[in-house]
Design a protein around this ligand. Structure first.
Ligand code: DC
Length: 245
């Protein structure tokens, strides 16, 4: 079987699939950037599940579907939104109406509405199949809120990333604006993040929680490089992966 791992790593894959690694955690805990770097290092595919919820939100806003109608959407209407997901070698591309979505997914409008969309059972059910098909052959690093609990409950290694609220707000703003935020911006972003955390934790379907058996990593005082190195080391310790970290 072809192996997409870098030289120096030896993977003895199971009979059916390669490894699945999950990273869950609240907004701004560093999941997505870390998952992307870990996947790159291992030559695995990266699934940013938050981007799927964001893409559906973007499509609903673009099509002008009023928010009071979201609750009633079924799989047929969701399919009609023309969101297409294709997994290439190392990532997942999301198209809307044939156009690749990138920065649009992080707009304030999408960020402001995505929790409401992610709380809809029909949306979660619809995306479950999409996510599992992306990870069907393993060799995957998936990040989100329910990767280790619902989508990939049999994942080989599960992580739960946490970080202090102010640090999470700072990272989010830095990522979105490319500069250090002011104290006022920080306070406002922390308030928004807290609201989203609350919505993600308290929804009845697939709420954010620490998966059983997950390795908890507090990233507050860690540099990005340290974060990635720590995760790679734990993956190596807990699996059959061998080689230089
Ligand atoms: O990680 P993010 O900020 O891109 O996630 C966007 C939203 O989607 C956030 O409100 C939580 C939700 N989400 C979810 O409910 N389940 C996931 N697996 C990933 C994201």
């Amino acid at each position: 079987m072809a192996r997409s791992v870098p030289s120096g790593w030896n993977v003895s894959e199971g009979p059916t699939r390669g490894l699945v690694i999950t990273l869950d955690g609240p907004a701004g805990s560093g999941k997505t950037t870390t998952a992307k770097a870990v996947a790159k290092r291992l030559g695995f595919r990266h699934l940013d599940s938050g981007a799927l919820y964001r893409a559906l939100t973007f499509a609903l806003l673009q099509k002008g579907v009023p928010e009071e109608e979201w609750e009633g959407l079924g799989s047929e209407q969701l399919s009609e939104l023309k969101i297409e997901v294709d997994a290439d070698g190392d990532g997942v591309n999301i198209h809307f109406d044939g156009v690749l979505l990138t920065m649009e997914l992080r707009s304030p409008e999408v960020t402001g509405s995505v929790s409401a969309v992610a709380g809809l059972p029909a949306v979660r059910a619809w995306l479950l199949g999409v996510q599992r098909s992306v990870g069907a052959h393993g060799n995957l690093v998936a990040d989100g809120r329910d990767m280790g609990t619902v989508v990939f409950p049999d994942a080989d290694v599960k992580f739960f990333l946490v970080a202090g609220l102010e640090e999470r707000a700072r990272r989010r703003l830095l990522q979105d604006t490319g500069r250090e935020p002011t104290a006022g911006e920080l306070q406002e972003e922390a308030r928004r993040i807290e609201q989203r955390d609350q919505a993600d934790r308290s929804r009845s379907h697939a709420p954010l929680r620490r998966p059983e058996g997950a390795v908890e990593v507090d990233t507050t005082g860690l540099s990005f490089e340290d974060q990635v190195a720590l995760i790679l080391r734990r993956v190596k310790d807990l699996t059959r992966l061998q080689g230089e970290v």
